[in-house]
Design a protein around this ligand. Sequence first.
Ligand SMILES: Cc1cc2nc3c(=O)[nH]c(=O)nc-3n(C[C@H](O)[C@H](O)[C@H](O)COP(=O)(O)O)c2cc1C
Length: 138
Amino acid sequence: MLEFEPPLVGCVISNRNYSFSLLQATNECVLNIPTLEIAEKVVGCGNTSGAKIDKFERFGLTPKPAALVGAPLIEECFVNLECRVVDTGMVAKYCLFVLEVVKAWIDPAVKNPRTIHHCGNGNFMVVGEKIRLKSKMK
Ligand SMILES: Cc1cc2nc3c(=O)[nH]c(=O)nc-3n(C[C@H](O)[C@H](O)[C@H](O)COP(=O)(O)O)c2cc1C
């Protein structure tokens, strides 16, 4: 997360990835936030390329039309963020795209999402205990 208003996200995508060329060509994408239940599918997607296979078909994921961008949502992900590229100034040096979230979808049925976070080398941290502290930020 880079900014709250407008909501900006920084995303590093290797220029060896098919996603990099798609993002450069369309300036749009959807960021999909998965939970533990589909971890195997997530890692499957991370170890294959859309240049060679249809990942929706291979991993049993369901594409759904987005509202504002051409890229699809993934039904199995509890959050989908429709994004547009707003700054490419750091792409050449760091492959870092600055994205604005133009529409956010959340599955209200998922009350305690157990999201997974890659720690490197196939290790993941699963979100556990929640705490709340006073904050002036949203
Ligand atoms: C757990 C995991 C995390 C990854 N994180 C990133 C990342 O942050 N940035 C990136 O460019 N590639 C990352 N990758 C690698 C891409 O997912 C991988 O190269 C994939 O094949 C790219 O698919 P594409 O060619 O369809 O874009 C990750 C892979 C795994 C398995």
